[in-house]
Structure formats: C-alpha cells, structure tokens
Design a protein around this ligand. Structure first.
Ligand SMILES: C[S@@+](CC[C@H](N)C(=O)[O-])C[C@H]1O[C@@H](n2cnc3c(N)ncnc32)[C@H](O)[C@@H]1O
Length: 300
C-alpha cells in the first residue's frame, strides 16, 4: 500500500487495532501490571531486582526530568495508557495542566485523573492544541505509529511527520522524552517479524530501527540524551509474566483461557527477543532546535 503522508489512514495502528490489544479489560491488565498500571518497560537505577513498583516510578521520574517538566504550565503525553504519567506530572512534578492522547476507549474512560488533566481519545495525527506545550513525553506508543510491512521510506515519512508535529507543539528549546522498542540485531532484508506479533498481538504496528528515529527527528530536534536498556525490558517482561501466572485463575475468569494463553506466550516470546537482542529498548531525549529548523537532508 502506498502512503503519501503520515496522516494517511493505514500507516499505523487504527483504533480498532489498538482496541484489539488494550481493551481486553482493565481488570485483566491490573492483575499483572504494577499498581499505577504502567504498561511499558520500567527503569532500574540499581540492580535489576523484583521491585516493579519502584522501577516503574523511576521510569516516570526519568522521563519527567528528561523532558524538563518540573512546574511547567502545560505538558503532553502521547499514548498515555491508563494515565500514570499524567497523574505523576500533576501530583509529583507540579505541572499546571496535562493532556494525554490514547486510541483506546477503555483507557480514555478510565475515570478522572485530576482537574488539571485531560485525556483525549485522539490520534496524534489529529491533535491541534490551542497553546504550545512546555514538555512532551511519549512512552511505548511509537511502536504503533507505522505498520511493520511499510517500506522504509514510508515508515520514515510517518516518523518525520510525528517529529514535525511534536516540534510544532513545543515551545522553543522544549523537550520530547521518547521511549520505544526497536529492532537491534535484526535484518529486515532477510528476516520477517513473527505473524504472531504482527497479527495476533500488535496488529498494524511495527518497530523502528535507531537510524529511522534519528534520521526522522534530526531536522527538528537535537538528541541530548540516550539510553539503551534491553535488560530492563527482559526484567519487566519476566515480572509481568510471573504476576500473570500467579493470577491465572482470575485471569481466565476475566478474559478466558485463550486470551490468558496468548498473553503468556506474548510475554515469554518478547523476553526471548530481548535476550537475543532481536529487539532493544531506547529512551531518547530530544530538544527542539530553534526555528528555522535544519534544511531537509533529502533522505528518502
Ligand atoms: C503500550 S501503551 C503505553 C501506555 C503508557 N505510555 C504507559 O507507559 O503505560 C501504548 C499507548 O499508545 C497509544 N497509542 C497508540 N497509537 C496512538 C496514536 N496514533 N495516537 C495516540 N495514541 C496512540 C495507545 O492507545 C496506548 O495508550
């Protein structure tokens, strides 16, 4: 399928595809995520121990600091999940007003977070804020923006559109803290992603490579921070798997045996992919360049 622009329908995960994964039921996810319901790789500042709660909080703190969100007037979370980061920014970092975007109806209706928070059931492609943001975060959503089977040039076009939008929403010098899974030791030319992931677990989604991200962002952003944390995702997936296994009876009651088995398989296989470094986990801190941006380098 040819995609002219990143706004074209079909470039990335649709609402239907997102709801296939995220609207299995909040109570099902509550069984195996941490108490804040953070659904992305945690961050350990010391040993990779079994304290998932602490490691998820450390991850929220890392991104808030990286985006320089302390006490700012307005912040945006692109792909806000069940709102853990929004809550954290308002309650712990004194942000005046936070906006979260999600494509999941279940997440968007997960209840009021704060008078200073707004959750919108909205694609980033359609977001048109009335005022600029001082800080932007996006954690574990980038993986949904471009389908796995898009040719490289079209994938990069989608990512470029994303970074252009983010830069347009940010004040000058403002930062975007971005976390995403990416392919590492994986050759797209000779290998194909498993249909189990691209069809049953994350339909209409796909992973970037580091070069995709950097090439797509560089016109608008300086890279001012970078972490590569595959072992942190191995540990997060192990802890999620153990929690799901210990809640087996309730999980089956809530979602049925087929969903339980599918999620267990997904968590196990994902961990193997991180262990083998097929995948890795990047955290990038991007700072908006002053306008006008660099000219396009003319890459496809
Ligand atoms: C893995 S969850 C991560 C949630 C949250 N950031 C966290 O760490 O708990 C991915 C999120 O990205 C959202 N998402 C995916 N594609 C999106 C899009 N095009 N526009 C807005 N949100 C999107 C999903 O709805 C979901 O909330």
């Amino acid at each position: 399928m040819a995609v002219d622009t990143a706004t074209a329908a079909g470039a990335g995960a649709s609402r239907r595809a997102i709801e296939h994964h995220y609207d299995v039921g909040r109570e099902f996810y509550r069984l195996w995520l941490d108490a804040r319901m953070v659904y992305s790789c945690a961050l350990w500042t010391g040993d990779l121990d079994d304290d998932l709660e602490g490691a998820q909080l450390a991850k929220l703190a890392w991104h808030a600091t990286a985006a320089r969100a302390d006490g700012v007037a307005r912040a945006l979370d692109i792909g806000c999940g069940w709102g853990a980061m929004l809550r954290y920014l308002v309650e712990e970092r004194g942000v005046g007003h936070v906006t979260g975007l999600t494509l999941s109806a279940d997440q968007a209706s997960s209840g009021p977070i704060s008078e200073r928070a707004e959750v919108r059931l909205e694609d980033w492609r359609d977001h048109q804020p009335a005022h600029p943001y001082d800080a932007v975060v996006s954690i574990g959503a980038f993986e949904h923006f471009a389908r796995d089977d898009l040719p490289r040039a079209e994938r990069r076009q989608v990512y470029r559109a994303f970074f252009e939008r983010c830069a347009g929403w940010l004040v000058e010098g403002g930062r975007l803290s971005l976390q995403t899974i990416a392919y590492e030791d994986f050759d797209r030319a000779t290998s194909a992603a498993s249909p189990f992931f691209t069809e049953e677990i994350f339909p209409e989604s796909g992973l970037p490579q580091l070069s995709d991200i950097v090439e797509a962002a560089e016109r608008w952003f300086r890279v001012v921070g970078f972490r590569n944390d595959p072992t942190h995702y191995e540990q997060t997936l192990l802890l999620w798997q153990q929690r799901l296994e210990s809640g087996r009876a309730r999980a089956v009651e809530l979602a049925g045996p087929a969903v339980y088995r599918r999620y267990l398989r997904y968590l196990r296989l994902s961990r193997v992919m991180f262990q083998r470094r097929v995948c890795t986990l990047y955290r990038l801190v991007l700072e908006r360049r002053p306008v006008p941006p660099l000219p396009s380098r003319g890459n496809p």
